[in-house]
Design a protein around this ligand. Structure first.
Ligand code: C5P
Length: 297
C-alpha cells in the first residue's frame, strides 16, 4: 500500500526580517504565497526507512536521516510509538536550495503521507506542531494558499487573495544556504538598529484585492541584499526580468531563485521567454498562485 502527497513551492511576497534573537533565529513578518510548482512524496510500507529521489536536482538531495522527509516520518512515528518503516520517494520539481521551500515541502508531504498510511488520526494542530519542529517554513507547506508567518515564520495566519497571481521563476546555477544568507544579513546589519518586522498594510490590501499593480509596488524582501552580496550575478537576472517587462522583481526567500510578477499568464510567458534567451539563469518556469497546500492525490 502507498500514499502520494503533492506539495507546492512558495514565494515570499514580503519578507521582513528583525534582529537576530538569542536562539540565533530571526523574528519575521513573512507573507507566503503557495505557487503551482510541486514535489510529490510517495510513502510505501517497507522493512526499514529509506529515501529515494528523482528529478532534475535529485543528485543534490540528501538521502539520509537529515532529509526533512525522513525527519518528518521519524517525528510522527516517535509520537505514535511506532517505527518509521517506510520507503519515501520524492519526485522533485521544486529547485533544491532555491529559496522556494522545496525541503520544507518534502517534510510536510512525508508527514501527511505517513499520517494517512499509518492511520494515526493526528489532528491538524498536532501535524502543524510537528511541522514547526521540523523547520520554520514547513507549517506553510502543509497549509498552502497565502499566509502571514510570524515568530520565526512558523506561526501562521491565513490570508485571502483576490485573484490568481502569475509568476516567472528563474533558477540559478547553484544554491544558497539559508543559514549563510541570514548570517550575511546579520553582517550587513552590524551597527544598525533593526526595526521590528511588521507586515505591510498596503501589501495585505493588494493581496486581498488581487490588485497586481499595487502588489508589484509593495513586494519586498529584506534578505535580498544579503542574497545579492553572496551571489552578485543575481542582479543580472533581476535586470533581465525587468527589461523583459516584469511588473516587479525580487529574490525568493533566501534565494537564489528570482521571482518576477507578471500581469497575466501571457505576460508571464513573455517574461519567461526573454529570461531564457538572456542566458542569466539555469532554467525558467512559470507558475500561478495561490494553490492549496499538501494534498493527498
Ligand atoms: O527553520 P529552518 O531550519 O528552516 O531554518 C534554517 C536556518 O535559517 C536556521 O538555522 C537559521 O540559521 C535561519 N533562520 C533564521 N530565522 C528564521 C528562520 C530561519 O535565522 N526565522
Amino acid at each position: 500500500m502507498s500514499v502520494t502527497v503533492r506539495v507546492p513551492a512558495k514565494v515570499n511576497v514580503q519578507l521582513a526580517v528583525g534582529a537576530a534573537r538569542p536562539d540565533g533565529f530571526h523574528d519575521l513578518a513573512n507573507v507566503f504565497l503557495a505557487v503551482g510548482l510541486y514535489d510529490e512524496v510517495t510513502v510505501t510500507a517497507a522493512d526499514e526507512l529509506r529515501v529515494t529521489c528523482t528529478g532534475p536536482d535529485a543528485d543534490q538531495v540528501p538521502l539520509d536521516r537529515t532529509n526533512l522527509a525522513a525527519r518528518a516520518a521519524l517525528a510522527l512515528a516517535e509520537r505514535y510509538g511506532r517505527t518509521a518503516d517506510v520507503h519515501l520517494h520524492i519526485a522533485k520539481d521544486i529547485p533544491v536550495a532555491g529559496g522556494m521551500a522545496g525541503g520544507s515541502a518534502d517534510g510536510a508531504g512525508a508527514l501527511l503521507a505517513c499520517d494517512a498510511l499509518w492511520g494515526t488520526g493526528a489532528s491538524r494542530e498536532e501535524l502543524l506542531d510537528i511541522c514547526a519542529e521540523l523547520g520554520s517554513d514547513v507549517p506553510f507547506s502543509l497549509v498552502g494558499g497565502a499566509a502571514l508567518g510570524t515568530g520565526r515564520g512558523e506561526r501562521l495566519t491565513e490570508l485571502e487573495v483576490g485573484g490568481d497571481l502569475h509568476w516567472v521563476f528563474a533558477m540559478a546555477a547553484r544554491g544558497l544556504s539559508t543559514p549563510a544568507v541570514f548570517r550575511e544579513f546579520d553582517r550587513l546589519a552590524e551597527g544598525r538598529e533593526i526595526p521590528e518586522p511588521v507586515a505591510s498594510r498596503e501589501l495585505l490590501d493588494a493581496l486581498a484585492k488581487g490588485d497586481v499593480d499595487a502588489l508589484a509596488a509593495t513586494l519586498s524582501n529584506d534578505l535580498q541584499p544579503a542574497a545579492l552580496s553572496l551571489f552578485p550575478e543575481l542582479a543580472d537576472t533581476l535586470a533581465a526580468g525587468r527589461a523583459a517587462g516584469a511588473l516587479a522583481t525580487l529574490v525568493s526567500g533566501s534565494g537564489p531563485t528570482t521571482a518576477f510578477l507578471a500581469r497575466d499568464a501571457e505576460g508571464a510567458e513573455e517574461v519567461a521567454g526573454a529570461l531564457r534567451a538572456s542566458g542569466t539563469c539555469r532554467t525558467v518556469r512559470t507558475a500561478a498562485g495561490p494553490v492549496p497546500g499538501a494534498t493527498v492525490v
